[in-house]
Design a protein around this ligand. Sequence first.
Ligand code: GLN
Length: 547
Amino acid sequence: MARYIFITGGVVSSLGKGLASAALGALLQARGYSVRLRKLDPYLNVDPGTMSPFEHGEVFVTDDGAETDLDLGHYERFTGVPARKTDSVSSGRIYSNVLEKERRGDYLGKTIQVVPHVTNEIKEFLAIGEDEVDFMLCEIGGTVGDIEGLPFFEAIRQFAHDKPRGQCIFMHLTLLPYLAASGELKTKPTQHSVKELQSIGIAPDILVCRSEHPIPEKEREKIALFCNVRKQCVVAAYDLKSIYEAPLAYHDQGLDQAVLDAFGISPAPAPKLDVWHDVYDRIHNPEGKVKVAIVGKYTQLEDAYKSIAEALTHGGMANRVKVKIEWVDAELFDREDAAPFLQGYHAILVPGGFGERGTEGKIKAAQFAREKKIPYLGICLGMQMAVIEAARNVAGMEKAGSEEFDHEAGKKRFEPVVYHLKEWVQGNHMVARKADDDKGGTMRLGAYDATLTEGSKVAEVYGGTAIEERHRHRYEVDVKYRDTLEKAGLKFSGMSPDGKLPEIVEWNDHPWFIGVQFHPELKSKPFAPHPLFADFVRAAVETSRLV
Ligand code: GLN
């Protein structure tokens, strides 16, 4: 049965709980253990699928088609363990399950209450797959004291209580603010936060303290004394230059040792950290630099394209260069010449997105990249925009557009080269969708196979012709335009295995121009950069040598 580590946060939000959890997962793996990481989010949305990336950052899609929190992306990037539907849950999902059971009569007439019905539902979720791994790391979103979080805190308290002693531990992240005037780190907020936890029956075993300054021994002792933890269990978390330093930094501060001690695992297996040393070296000792523009809509908030930014960093690591990302708002040149906004970049990436805003700018970005022979990677909407660009400017279909933007009934502005997906094959059954389906969870989601054309650029990049990538889209390039577009030079070099859904397009008379309907960024890792990103950055390096 797995040992459980519950990770909570206090004092303020955004302390990097997700990163700390992911780094701890990686360190336990380095000690030879198997791990799984989970996120429990207190918000009432059933999943983050319908939440604006402005508010919640990107939606991370799993192989089995769940739309989850971006922290699951961190978990995967650090541990390489593919996340599953059952690794992410929100209050909304829990309540919706409970209410569904209530309507079905499953509770046999009982009065439904937060304790025990909601907490039982959470505990059932926590227990899924408990026999599969050595350690299960469960992060609770939000901060202790949040009203919505209470059922989760109560559930983890009960869960630990139900298990044999020593099976579960609690790790709490806090902040030690620094008062410049007195030159001191203050421990009081941490004390209060721990008190809050204790008042709901949870005594933390490990305290991870974020701090901008070194924590003096005296303060560490004080925290240990007042918060009732051992001194070596007060672990410092300092600001890092790169998130990929986190496993080594936490190891140096003794986090993994403290965790194994808390479980009474002795002697602890020695850690093998070569992978992380190599990652560290590649991040800190680049041999060059390339500048890549991400032309998107949510450019004010980098979290909206988190996995893409990370995958580009991985691509840089594969080539031993630093990738400098610049965020370019596509709306700036919806109606203007794109050149002044896009000049000087060694590569252009147009990411996924929804809705019409900014799409004319993205189409111009694809045109600029094609004509100026700048490496271009179009992801999902970015691929659809590249196809529309080809249709309009090369194949002479002036009115080419996407059905996604023609919402006014009866008024067709575009010829839909990108159309609303009506049906597709998933495993061995057909999935059908209507244009007016619910917005939540109704897209083509999760891992699907694609077959690549032998001899194509992508087949060369992947080093094979069978791939599996994650999807999240409602629209798709209409295969009936394939001949017209291929005659114009845009090759459909990747298709769904039944040949009906275009998955990849590429220009052959171009150094590097690839559009993909899926999201390769979701599978890239620092220790295993995704081939598309590795090769895209390689092409950017070549462009940088030309200028
Ligand atoms: N809006 C487009 C679609 O639904 C693209 C989606 C995306 O980029 N993830 O097909």
